[in-house]
Write a protein of this length. Structure first.
Length: 130
């Protein structure tokens, strides 16, 4: 079996790997591997630089070490990747539907957006969040 090299891995696989590392608490490793120079993000709760978001991700990992992350969809179009996932801060929580949008330069993340919606306990929508 041929082993994948970084050059043969799709951008959506890189984005998913980044999110898996971050949600498992390996934030430094995720940043070292995937974040490019000049990285910016659009989370309205933190300054838009890499260090501010990294610190928040590390704090979240320390507070919620048992969070779960499940990818539902990953879409790649050119330099843009969208990952739709189910994240639970605690295994017993209903969690949230989250969409991360990444912009890559070559194989490094240079911009990121994240949008989330809590999963309601009761919903009239029989299709659910996923």
């Amino acid at each position: 079996m041929e082993q994948k090299t970084k050059a043969t891995i799709s951008l959506k696989e890189l984005a998913v790997s980044f999110l898996q590392l971050v949600t498992s608490g390996r934030v430094d490793e995720a940043y070292d591997r995937y974040i490019g120079p000049g990285f910016s993000h659009h989370n309205p709760y933190f300054r838009g630089d890499a260090d501010s978001l990294k610190a928040a991700m590390k704090e979240n990992a320390a507070v919620t070490p048992n969070k779960t992350f499940e990818v539902k969809h990953a879409i790649e179009e050119g330099e843009i990747v969208v990952v739709h996932s189910h994240i639970k801060q605690k295994p017993e929580d209903l969690g949230a539907a989250v969409v991360h949008i990444f912009r890559f330069n070559e194989e490094q993340i240079i911009e990121m957006w994240d949008l989330g919606q809590p999963i309601p306990e009761n919903s009239p929508n029989e299709n659910g969040m996923f």
